[in-house]
Design a protein around this ligand. Structure first.
Ligand SMILES: [Zn+2]
Length: 429
């Protein structure tokens, strides 16, 4: 089985790809101009922020960079494209012949190209409406080789790609749109316009099973383009597959050649590979570190920062606790370090501890100052409230461990801190 992907990613620019219209959310058809509505005579101007972003993505995917990139017009008619062509890239694409390493496998990247999104078609009962706010949105299309061979690889590819894009400042959680090319025999079926990561996996799963079923029934798989029906979670035939030759591609003369030699791509971060390195000689496996860092640059920074001083397990645990209980969006390193120390001392990290650390109070010092009187009070209260455990202790002395454990846990203390006093006080019961 072979799966190839064409992933469309919206770039996080302030303005559109070929005009200065805003990319902010707005009332339909308000962020528009003659360029992005395709008026005759309007001339596109390339947004250099979009070019730089596309360059950074191609660079992160180890592509050969086309320093003199150019654009083509992909000519076809559809209501969302009144100028009758979409401006995209082919031979002059920003990147080609790259790759992305997923766990244990290299997936080829055929091409990374910059292109514009057409307008949005909105269906409202009997009406078909057009919103041109979306027209001219800068997209990058990432075309893979058909190197993905099962669902696990598909998931891993998407997760890794998403992580690389996240670290480049492009979050594809909502925006990801992809076409899937799936063949289990020698016939390639295209599944168009699948939106969202979950749908992508489901569409692939359904289509693979469907093709197997067709072959089992002794029929031939049709070479066609299918759509994914999100509600019914199935793929449906749309039309016979068109080929590139059926589109009229012509050189885009209004944009000419665009030299990106002066641009510097953003430094890529491969969280996947960093996790592998961090896991070496540590008490935590790469998978755990990956899960925490692939889409969280703050967690990655904290792990890298504290790794030389503390156990990986303690660092991970402290960050997890902070994520659960902390208020700040970006975990302050000083707070995390205090939490790590608490974990290394074998103490429980409670919601209260995190809150007081965030407020700047040092709980570990407070515990140290707790003093014998207060500690005795805590223990006595517990023993008074749990006469059954005391009675059990009188019969079986081993029960003391259970009592110590409970008192330590309930008060965020280390068992060692309470053990001596518990033994002494139990004698009086
Ligand atoms: Zn515009």
């Amino acid at each position: 089985m072979k799966i190839g992907l064409e992933v469309h990613v919206a770039l996080p620019t302030k303005s559109k790809l070929f005009c200065s219209c805003s990319m902010d959310d707005a009332e339909p058809n308000t962020n528009i101009c003659p360029i992005c509505t395709g008026f005759p005579g309007s001339k596109p101007m390339l947004n250099s922020a979009a070019a730089e972003s596309g360059f950074s993505i191609a660079n992160a995917l180890h592509c050969k960079i086309n320093r003199n990139m150019s654009f083509v017009r992909k000519v076809y008619f559809y209501p969302d494209l009144p100028k009758c062509y979409q401006i995209t890239q082919m031979g002059g694409a920003v990147g080609s012949e790259g790759y992305l390493d997923i766990q244990g496998k290299r997936i080829g990247i055929r091409r990374v190209q910059i292109e514009e999104d057409p307008a949005q078609i909105v269906r409202d009962g009997m009406l078909t409406l057009l919103d041109f706010n979306r027209s001219g949105t800068p997209l990058v299309e990432i075309v893979t080789e058909p190197d993905i061979t099962d669902e696990g690889e598909l998931r891993s590819f998407i997760a890794n790609l998403r992580s690389i894009l996240y670290y480049l400042g492009v979050d594809i959680n909502r925006e990801i749109k992809a076409d899937l090319n799936i063949s289990i025999s020698d016939v390639r079926v295209e599944v168009k316009n699948v939106t969202g990561i979950k749908s992508l996996i489901e569409a692939a799963r359904y289509e693979i099973a469907r093709q197997h079923r067709v072959l089992e029934e002794g029929k031939a798989i049709a070479k066609e383009t299918r759509g994914y029906n999100e509600k019914r979670r199935i793929t449906e035939s749309l039309r016979e597959k068109e080929t590139d030759e059926e589109y009229g591609y012509v050189y885009e003369p209004d944009l000419t050649v665009f030299d990106i030699s002066g641009m510097k791509p953003a430094e890529p971060v491969y969280a996947n590979e960093i996790a592998e390195q961090l896991a070496e000689d540590s008490d935590v496996n790469a998978k755990t570190i990956r899960e925490m860092t692939m889409l969280d640059r703050h967690a990655l920074e904290l792990i890298v920062r504290f790794r030389p001083k503390y156990k990986m397990r303690s660092i991970i645990h402290a960050i997890q606790r902070f994520k659960k209980y902390g208020k700040a969006e970006v975990p302050p390193p000083q707070v995390i370090e205090k939490l790590i120390r608490l974990v290394e001392d074998g103490k429980e990290v409670t919601k209260e501890t995190v809150a007081s650390f965030e407020e700047g109070k040092d709980v570990s010092i407070e515990y140290a100052k707790l003093g014998a009187v207060q500690l005795d009070k805590l223990i006595k209260r517990f023993l008074d409230e749990n006469p059954r455990m005391v009675a059990e202790y009188k019969k079986r002395s081993k029960t003391i461990n259970l009592i110590i454990g409970r008192i330590a846990k309930e008060n965020g203390l280390h068992p060692k801190e309470v053990a001596g006093r518990v033994t002494r006080l139990l004698a009086g019961y």
